[in-house]
Design a protein around this ligand. Structure first.
Ligand code: ZN
Length: 243
């Protein structure tokens, strides 16, 4: 079987500006995510990385045409992502490319466009404990996790209300030490494309090295891969039928 073609996109700004972030992710958050995917999925995938400052943000027509699943990490530079590139990603999503929106990608142009809501939430940066509960244990995104919940010792809190449309599946629900809860793993479909929003991953915590987080990321790539029938986006008048 041909390998699943994954592009891991990162705005790659925090790592260049903040030594604390660089210490945790010396080659960038994208590289840690790509390494985790390779560790889990080996030669079942081919992974490339793309970043904001590359021409066309590393997401040319050709690059997107050769992407089955796109991972997106952005935070401080959502506004710097060109609208024509967002249009291009949007079209690819509707045509079947999977999108994994990570952490602060809740406010990315592509995610808010696909959701159609504000995607606002509550947050607090206090390094508190997060417990992530698996609330849809039969979902392929949690294959092999072998637990009911797991803890991240230090996380940025994201709390409800998270202004998203009702997810197709709610897979993961977080509890935080301060008392808040959050829908941390949500799936959606838009056109022929599958979307997974996955909350963990603040830049000052080593979350993308965590074994269970890596397992979820790998499972989500496999789940979001394009499948299925021919997809036409134009409306068609069908004048005749055979009896
Ligand atoms: Zn954050």
């Amino acid at each position: 079987m041909a390998p699943l073609r994954i592009t891991v996109w990162n705005e790659f700004r925090h790592e260049q500006q903040n030594p604390d972030v660089r210490r945790i992710y010396p080659d960038g958050i994208h590289q840690a995510i790509a390494d985790g995917l390779t560790q889990e999925l080996g030669d079942r995938i081919s992974v490339r990385c793309a970043t904001l400052d590359q021409p066309d943000h590393g997401l040319t027509e050709d690059a997107l045409a050769q992407t089955d699943v796109l991972f997106w990490w952005g935070h401080m530079a959502h506004g710097d992502v060109r609208d024509d590139v967002v249009d291009r990603i949007h079209q690819r999503c509707l045509a079947g490319m999977g999108l994994i929106a990570l952490h602060s990608a809740h406010y990315s142009k592509i995610f808010t466009r696909l959701m159609g809501t504000s995607c606002s939430l509550r947050w607090r940066e206090a390094g508190e404990r997060e417990r992530i509960w698996i609330v849809d244990p039969s979902h392929p995104i949690v294959n092999g996790l072998d637990c009911e919940s797991f803890d991240l010792p230090h996380a940025e809190m994201y709390g409800e209300f998270f202004d998203i449309p009702q997810p197709e599946s709610l897979v993961l629900l977080s509890w935080f030490q301060g008392g808040e809860v959050f829908r941390s793993g949500c799936t959606f479909k838009r056109g022929k494309g599958k979307i997974f929003y996955f909350r963990p991953g603040h830049e000052t915590y080593p979350i993308y090295y965590h074994a269970k987080i890596r397992k979820i990321l790998a499972n989500s790539a496999v789940w979001a891969a394009p499948t299925g029938a021919v997809y036409h986006t134009d409306s068609r008048h069908i004048p005749e039928f055979d009896t």
